[in-house]
Design a protein around this ligand. Sequence first.
Ligand code: ADP
Length: 587
Amino acid sequence: MSQAEETESVDQDGVIERVSGPVVTATDLDARMNDVVYVGDEGLMGEVIEIEGNLTTIQVYEETSGVGPGEPVQNTGEPLSVDLGPGMLDSIYDGVQRPLDVLESKMGSAFLDRGVDAPGIDLEKSWEFTPEVSEGETVEPGDVVGTVPETVTIEHKVMVPPDYEGGEVVSIEAGSFTVEETVVELSSGEEISMHQEWPVREARPAGDKMTPTDPLVTGQRIQDGLFPLAKGGTAAIPGPFGSGKTVTQQQLAKWSDADIVVYIGCGERGNEMTEVIEDFPELPDPQTGNPLMARTCLIANTSNMPVAARESCIYTGITIAEYYRDMGYDVALMADSTSRWAEAMREISSRLEEMPGEEGYPAYLAASLSEFYERAGLFQLFNGDVGSISVVGAVSPPGGDFSEPVTQNTLRIVKTFWALDADLAEKRHFPSINWNESYSLYSQQLDPWYRENVAEDYPEIRQWAVDVLDEEAELQEIVQLVGKDALPEDQQLTLEVSRYIREAWLQQDAFNDTDTYCEPEKTYRMLQAIKTFNDEAFNALDAGVPVEEIADVDAAPRLNRIGVAEEWNEFIDDIEDSLESQIRELY
Ligand code: ADP
């Protein structure tokens, strides 16, 4: 949270009239909507969410026990903002951007004390600034004026803030500066430092939103192969307990070809979040060999933190994502879980005694969800560059029931749906993304990319796999009634082919060093190998070879080992040759 407002706070004090959990009502407070206020003798941070005559309602980001009527409320006159600048990567924040490590050292424990504030970025640390523009050049909002090596992986770009006028560069020099020192002076009188502030509830302006054309390559076959997400697109993962949600999210964070990862752990059970906080700093970044945290910002709100901080963490996260987008980076934002966020909204709304909508959620649930996902996108930036934010929101429907309001409203907004399935997880089929329920509306717009960058017939072979899986789903119903042997031979063969699609191609072992990442070329070639089996097998069947004999050829089960094969090119060539010769030998 920004420090600036403390100095700017004016004499607009009010008095607490009523406290109801995280919701506090004050009288005589001169405030505007969304102003940040300090509540009570301890100065707990809160935000104005309703004003009615002389009554101001505030949601408080900290535990309010012991706070009572008569205590003061002080208005900062500023909206809830984040501090933006070098140092956000490799940081772990709470929902109002207080760095957890700084808070811990201030208080000596992970259980956050109340009324403690800390700036979101280190104000004392010096950074090496290298100018990108020279004196006399004219710069406009969004233009990059210099760079700073923020981490071993990421170069931070210092930009003219979006709300500046811009002008001619009067002075700029290389050197070591803290984030608050001026690094550039403009003819307009404006001074640029490495520190920007931005109100979290307002999307940072960017140029036009464009139609995404490139996939966010995840290295996960079912995601890249069947249900791709675009760079700048939106996806949802509903994750019933134990379905592999954590592994799936970590795989995305590690392997997707995003430059920056913003991971919002929003109110999951305390121990799960502790896992994330402990795990992430240990994870290596396979793309660079550096720690993954060097390109990651973590926002962690466990469910034992107050609900209002949970409500704000989503906004804090997306604003940080937008800032890196403005530098021209591809950002992947993961929110886990948006259900907990919605529950926080529900709790605050009920304290406000608002008219409840479906299942007690506020009537504006759908609007809030869509405002959040709307901030994703591929953008033409003001400085001519291009940047993107891809948003992946996890949903945790109670009991795995997708008909509940958060899942339903999310489905209306996002264009990719990766449905994690507890049954598949139980059968140890991982990733447990259900291919019958999942979908991607980006497939068609990404086809040209796949044709150009992977293989000309990529969309066709993907469609072939989809058709086989669809047919399998229909046949399975019959099999359950009458058994596999009652099916005609060609259908039995289809089941054999679809088994390979499922077991060899859709399954992928996140814990195998080779299989954990599958480049799109390998994803394609694997499917081609299975199709080779399919084509050879059906020719043999047409020639009168019994289906058991075809299924029995030695080369077929080798399809299951392609995933873990390092020299996959040679391995696949060899399997295809063997399949061809072995099956043709049968007739
Ligand atoms: P959740 O977060 O949904 O409770 P996890 O992500 O912790 O579930 O996954 C539970 C277990 O499932 C993991 O410990 C792991 O053994 C297994 N698992 C999940 N995804 C994969 C995967 N892609 N590859 C291999 N094993 C997996």
